[in-house]
Design a protein around this ligand. Sequence first.
Ligand code: PLP
Length: 363
Amino acid sequence: MSRPIRATIDLAALRHNFGVARRRVGAGRLWAVVKANAYGHGLERAVAALADLADGFALIETERAIALRQAGLDAPILMLEGFYAAAELPEFIRHRLIPVLHRPDQVRDLLAAGWPADLPVYLKIDSGMHRLGFDAAGLRQAFHALAGRAPAVLMTHFADADGPRGVDWQLERFASMTAGMEAPRSLANSAALLRYSNVADRIGDWARPGIMLYGGSPYPDQTGAAALDLRPVMTLESEILAVQEIAAGESVGYGCSFTAERPLRIGVVACGYADGYPRHAPTGTPALVAGLRTRTLGRVSMDKLCVDLSGLPAKVGAGGTVTLWGRAGDAVLAADEVATAAGTISYELFCALAPRVPVQEIR
Ligand SMILES: Cc1ncc(COP(=O)(O)O)c(C=O)c1O
């Protein structure tokens, strides 16, 4: 018998969530963002599941993009961080990878490499996030240098589409930086797509949703995934290895960080931070045991964590199923809830799923 932990990837839920994005994008097109191994869900399986739905796939890992091409994927592929060195350009051309350019020297390298005139190029504009992107002068130069040499798409990324500043301040800068440039625009991430559904000015011609496809809310503090009609794609579940009955005054786990105020029944679960469960999840982080909601107790260790069985039926014991996030029958524990309790976001939980956790798919 292998260790009982497993992740389940629900590909029907992935397709459902993509449908939510489709309904929100209006006349625009959709890149499915599948970087970071499809946010931990498995690149190849996510691409296969969305192949007939997505207008293209966006990622950053060059080798993985090439592998998708070698496996027969014909759909457009957008490389969100572009190429890292000019030496990669022949591969970009051979495999028709669309680069996001963000520096003037990249435009020079690309033109010097004999870029095909029908392969688009994205120009990333720094409209206020101050990560990657051209400033106004650099953009103008790049746009003119590419005229007639490659179709350009004007792109920016929102810093606070999920927060109080919204997107309009960036869109104003974007509009003034791109004034007079006739080209399609790529703007919205999940937050913008959901918040500004079908508002073409804020979404652009090519939206780039990521987290919503995997069933995470981009703003769980305001609206949970279920209310956005998003279904969990990843379920992480394991089993109870042992049951402990502890007396009031006894502590649980490393650091004795939790001390029982009354007698408690505790389940020791085969899941820890080496599986990708967040170590910072405090006592009280929600979990489902046999589909019933309870809480974690004490510190998460490398291979184990503890849950409170006290309020649950007495038959729930060793071998009982514990859902760390995702679906348990009709019950759902949103990864967002676990993430919020642990002071992080569902993106990080999904991406952190450890290679040692076996993955099974359901369709
Ligand atoms: C450039 C770019 N576009 C789109 C996305 C997708 O964002 P989200 O997962 O919030 O939808 C990301 C993710 O970080 C990104 O870096």
